[in-house]
Ligand binder design. Structure first.
Ligand code: ADP
Ligand code: MG
Length: 362
């Protein structure tokens, strides 16, 4: 199968509900056939609106959406070949599991024989074979969501949309369902557009993640790139943890800059989103990129006072007062070498300029 890189294409899509405010702004997004892509962002950032436009329940104010190279503005939702799972897109409560799954097939005039086969296959995919005659009310929350996933897949759609499908489940179940959905995706290769506000969920499941804020895609990257190489301070703050220093660029070259912090100290950083001296910046450093008491000679070396120590089993989380930042976080692997991590101690902390990303000051 030719892997169409633009299987789903949002082309300059804007959306306004009231004719004034754009809640989706100039969305350009190409989704490959078979890809698992996640729209991740805070509440109100426009994720659901994007899914609704792709599904056909909302119309773009400007721009066009293409499915397999065809514009879809004039195609009604049920003819787009798109399956859907929503957090509160409940199963039909008065129908058995079998009838719930047969419903999208009946709409598409599939024969009884094929319906039975497809329902069997879809139920076995979500490990619910044998549950055909149960009513939704006789299933746990997790089982109901699995039936909803099976119902979205049962008619072999080209694309499946999932909008916070695990939001109502407790943590353990949510995590096991993340792997389950990821494995289903890997085994059948359907294109999935997934929406969540949970960064851990997005990192676990996706081939690529589009980070939304305020109707705009802030960054579109693989999970590891998003975490390791955030392009702006919103993404650095939204994905994972980061230590932040605000200051002004004083000495910039191609791959290094000096930043004078608000408290007067100077650090070396990686000039990601700054171009010239005098610019304001926020320098972002992942906690695990800062080393303590290391013998290596790194460009940034400072002493900090330990303000808080929290034991986390596999690592210890240490909060320091460092360079005027009272919330500087370190994550230290637990080993006997790190016994001097005690409240009130001064320790040496170092990091490479490369890992300290000078971003926009927002
Ligand atoms: P998300 O899914 O990221 O939480 P939404 O797409 O639901 O964001 O919402 C984006 C913005 O559009 C929000 O400001 C929301 O209030 C507004 N909005 C969403 N749906 C409607 C609607 N049907 N009518 C008017 N405004 C809406
Ligand atoms: Mg939403």
């Amino acid at each position: 199968m030719a892997n169409n890189k633009e299987f789903v294409k949002f082309d300059k899509v804007d959306k306004s509900y009231d004719g004034k405010v754009l809640v989706v702004k100039d969305l350009n997004l190409d989704i490959s056939e078979g890809e698992f892509i996640t729209m991740l962002g805070p509440s109100g950032s426009g994720k659901t609106t994007c899914l609704m436009m792709l599904a056909g329940f909302e119309t773009p104010t400007n721009g066009e959406i293409y499915l397999d190279s065809n514009p879809i503005s004039n195609i009604p939702p049920h003819k787009r070949g798109i399956g859907m799972v929503f957090q509160n897109y409940a199963l039909f409560p008065h129908m058995t599991v079998y009838e719930n799954l047969a419903f999208p097939l009946r709409v598409r005039k599939v024969s009884k024989e094929d319906t039975d086969k497809k329902v069997d296959k879809a139920l076995s995919m979500v490990s619910l074979s044998g549950f055909e005659s149960r009513m939704p009310g006789q299933l746990s929350g997790g089982q109901q969501q699995r039936v909803a996933v099976a119902r979205a897949l049962v008619f072999d759609p080209a694309v499946v949309l999932m909008d916070e499908p695990l939001g109502a489940l407790d943590k353990n179940l949510r995590e096991s369902m993340q792997y389950e959905i990821k494995h289903i995706h890997e085994s059948i290769g359907v294109t999935v557009v997934y929406v969540t506000h949970d960064q851990g969920e997005a990192l676990t499941m996706s081939n690529r993640i589009a980070v939304f804020n305020d109707g705009k895609v802030q960054q579109l990257s693989s999970p590891d790139k998003l975490y390791e190489e955030p392009v702006n301070s919103f993404v650095a703050e939204f994905i994972g943890e980061n230590n932040r220093f605000s200051g002004e660029v004083t000495n910039i070259s191609k791959d290094k800059c000096k930043v004078k912090l608000d408290n007067g100290s100077e650090i070396f950083a990686n000039p990601i989103a700054v171009k010239s001296n005098g610019e304001k910046t926020i320098v972002s450093l992942r906690p695990e990129r800062a080393l303590i008491n290391t013998k290596e000679k790194l460009e940034n070396n400072f002493n900090g006072k330990i303000e808080e120590v929290i034991y986390h089993g596999d690592h210890t989380r240490v909060r320091l007062n460092l360079l005027g930042n009272k919330d500087f976080i370190l994550k230290v692997p637990n080993s006997s070498a790190n016994m001097d991590i005690k409240l009130g101690n001064e320790i040496g902390v170092s990091w490479n300029s490369f890992d300290a990303r000078a971003l926009d000051p927002k």
